[in-house]
Design a binder for this molecule. Structure first.
Ligand code: RRO
Length: 317
C-alpha cells in the first residue's frame, strides 16, 4: 500500500506531485532533455541556468564522474533566454500538468531583471542562481549580501512568477545568520541548498593531470561528497527561518533514504544533480518508490509529516 503514501509538496503556490525533482545543471539544457523530464516522474522540470545570450560554456573536458560524486566547470552552457521561452511555451502545451522552473544566472545585475521579466511570463517559477562557481572573473553573488539583497528586491518587482534562490554553502554561523536575515526580507518561494562546492581539484593518477580542463582544472564538486555539507545548510536554515521559506535540499541524493534525511533536516523537497546525470530520467521513479518504502517503515503516511523531525542525539523530546 505504499502508493497511498503522499510524497507531494507545495512551493510558490504550486502543488508538485513529487517532492523529488531535477537540479538545475545536468541534462536540462536542451529541448530533448526538458521533454524527457516532462515524461519522467520528476516533481517539476528545472532548466539549466540561462543567460541573455546563448553560450557554449567552458572548453571540454568540463565534467567528470568521481568515486563519490562529480566535478564540473560547465561555464553556463545554455540556449539563451529567448530559446527557453519558446521551448517552455511548447512543452507547456504538450505537458499542461508539468511545473516549469526556469533558472536564471545573470552575467550582470540587469540581466537577472530582464530575464525574469521575460521568462516569468511562461515559467511557473524562477530559480535565481546566485551561486555559480565556474565563471572566470565572476564572483558567487550570494557571498555579497548587499548585491544579493538588491537583486532579490528588484527581481521581485520585475516578474509575476514566484522566485526561489539557489545558494552556496555558508560554512560559518555568522554568515548563515547574515544570509538568513537578508533572505527573510524578501518574498521567496523556496531556497535551493546547495550549489556545487566550487574550486575543487581532482587528480587523474594515470596522467598526473586534473580531470577537467577549465579554470586551471578546478570545478564544482557535487554528489555524495557534499551531502553532509548540504544537509548541514538545510538544517541550519530550517532552524533560522522556521517555516517561512520552504527549502529544497541538493547534494548527494541517490536513494529514498537520502531524500528522507533531507526531509528530517527541514527540506520540503529535493533536487537531484549528479545521480540524475549518472542514471538518467528513470531515477525519479526509483527514488520516489524508495522514499515511500522508507516512510512506510517509519509508519508515516506523508513525507511532510516528517519535515524537520531530525532528532539530536542526547536531547530528549
Ligand atoms: O554552468 C556551470 O558551470 C555551473 C553553474 Br551555472 C552552477 O550554478 N553550478 C555548477 O556547478 N556549474
Amino acid at each position: 500500500m505504499t502508493h497511498a503514501i503522499d510524497i507531494s509538496c507545495a512551493i510558490g503556490g504550486k502543488k508538485l506531485p513529487s517532492l523529488i525533482m531535477n537540479a538545475s545543471g545536468p541534462l536540462c539544457t536542451m529541448e530533448d532533455h526538458l521533454r524527457a523530464l516532462c515524461q519522467s516522474s520528476s516533481g517539476a522540470v528545472v532548466t539549466k541556468s540561462m543567460t541573455i545570450e546563448p553560450r557554449d560554456g567552458n572548453p571540454h573536458p568540463k565534467y567528470a564522474d568521481l568515486e563519490y560524486g562529480s566535478v564540473n566547470s560547465n561555464g553556463l552552457e545554455n540556449l539563451g533566454v529567448g530559446r527557453y521561452m519558446e521551448v517552455i511555451s511548447k512543452l507547456k502545451k504538450e505537458f499542461p500538468d508539468c511545473v516549469f522552473i526556469a533558472s536564471v544566472a545573470g552575467l550582470k545585475e540587469e540581466d537577472y531583471y530582464n530575464m525574469a521579466a521575460e521568462i516569468g511570463t511562461v515559467a511557473d517559477l524562477i530559480e535565481v542562481n546566485l551561486s555559480c562557481p565556474n565563471i572566470p572573473g565572476k564572483p558567487q553573488i550570494a557571498y555579497d549580501m548587499e548585491a544579493s539583497d538588491r537583486i532579490l528586491k528588484t527581481i521581485n518587482t520585475k516578474t509575476q512568477a514566484p522566485i526561489g534562490v539557489k545558494l552556496p554553502a555558508y560554512c560559518d554561523p555568522v554568515f548563515l545568520k547574515e544570509a538568513a536575515d537578508m533572505l527573510m526580507k524578501h518574498e521567496l518561494a523556496y531556497l535551493s541548498l546547495i550549489n556545487s562546492i566550487g574550486h575543487t581539484v581532482h587528480v587523474d593518477p594515470l596522467t598526473d593531470e586534473t580531470v577537467i580542463h577549465p579554470n586551471n582544472g578546478r570545478g564544482g564538486l557535487g554528489g555524495a561528497y557534499i551531502k553532509p555539507i548540504a544537509l548541514g545548510q538545510v538544517h541550519a536554515f530550517y532552524q533560522l527561518l522556521g517555516n517561512r521559506i520552504p527549502i529544497l535540499g541538493v547534494g548527494g541524493v541517490y536513494t529514498g533514504r537520502d531524500v528522507y534525511d533531507y526531509v528530517l533536516a527541514g527540506a520540503t523537497g529535493v533536487q537531484v544533480g549528479t545521480a540524475y546525470m549518472q542514471e538518467g530520467p528513470a531515477i525519479f521513479t526509483r527514488i520516489a518508490q524508495e522514499l515511500r518504502n522508507v516512510l512506510a517503515e517509519k509508519g508515516a503516511r506523508s513525507a511532510q509529516e516528517k519535515l524537520g523531525m531530525l532528532k539530536i542525539r542526547g536531547v530528549n523530546t
